[in-house]
Design a protein around this ligand. Sequence first.
Ligand SMILES: *[C@@H]1O[C@H](CO)[C@@H](O)[C@H](O)[C@H]1NC(C)=O
Ligand SMILES: *[C@@H]1O[C@H](CO)[C@@H](O)[C@H](O)[C@H]1NC(C)=O
Length: 379
Amino acid sequence: MDKGSWKHSLLLAVVLASTYADASLSWHMDDFIQAVKQVEDGVPGSGPVAVLKRLRHAAGLNDALVRYFLRAADSGGAEMDVSLLSFITKAVHHRVTEENREEGVVLTPDGTTVALTPLLLGLEAGFLSKTKDRVRGLLKLTFTKDLESHPLSRHPLSRHLGPDGCWDNVSSPQVFTLLDQPGVLTTAQINGGMDGFVLGTEIAFPSTSGRPLKLSGILTEYYCRSLEVGGMDVAPRLISRRRRDNFRKLGVPSITAQQVVKSAEKQRRVMGLKKMDSKTKKQLMTLVKEGVKEFVQEYLECPPIIPRCMWGAKPYKGTPTNLTLPLPFLYIHHTSTPRDPCLTLQQCSEDMRAMQRFHQDDRGWDDIGYRCREGGVSG
Ligand SMILES: *[C@@H]1O[C@H](CO)[C@@H](O)[C@H](O)[C@H]1NC(C)=O
Ligand SMILES: *[C@@H]1O[C@H](CO)[C@@H](O)[C@H](O)[C@H]1NC(C)=O
């Protein structure tokens, strides 16, 4: 084979490898865990920190702030397969496109979507932690890291956090589209931040013995644990379905706007940026105060809500009329069927569709009768 055609075959192999990865892998947590396992196979015998550093190196997560707390990422071990590298880079690199598509997020088995960057950074901070009382940089790495790259003036929005979004296909998710314009942090970033914070803290203070030493094992236990009969009542404590409870119990809601602004100032110093002027600081304080309030109300005091698009709802028949506030009454109804609580997203979705079908087709209503329904998996 002459040199030129050899190069062409190599190029073809690379192209084939990338198309293969695109065709076979989706943005589901299960697929991300498979990729993590492949990375672990490339660095046999090494612990989660080495694997996290490799992931971080592959994804280019290595800015001054990250290096300050976690040191430089490295590429130790064998060269990474091209398709694996491209999958990881895309999986971890967070951005929202012009078309309101959110990237760098994966769908988890409980039906919620998480951004991977804050999850991975929180985990690494937890593993590196040497002090017993606090994990260095945890709040910055999981929540406030990107706060400042947001032009503050661009957010005179009525809400600063969220929104959630919809996947194109729940069994093989490829595209995640936000339900509205993105706020300072999307719901997926908040979910990933909470998970990174909870896992980072729990790894620094392991209260359960026998935690698995592989990153893929930790992610599997946290995200992919199937519920047994008995549902949440008998489920382990450290699982993604208990995200909000676990986060609340760590006492983080007592975080004040002052702490967040201080954290942003420290961040600027670490990044070698000049100090904020007093006007910017004041703007940031206002923004953060509102954000913290919203966060507590929507993400801590309320259960997660799986939007209609995720359970495959049929559209409303006709044109809905808006409710006017204050509502004159509210019904809380206990459904008689299905009798057993659903334990998987798939089962809960089927139950929801069956109820909608019954209400629309048999009862002749415009839509499912409930505004929201509490299930075995989520509200
Ligand atoms: C989702 O993707 C799977 C696998 O590609 C496919 O078999 C299925 O039909 C898709 N579902 C929908 C609702 O498009
Ligand atoms: C209901 O409210 C939404 C959002 O405020 C608005 O866009 C829509 O036009 C309203 N619909 C009707 C029928 O008034």
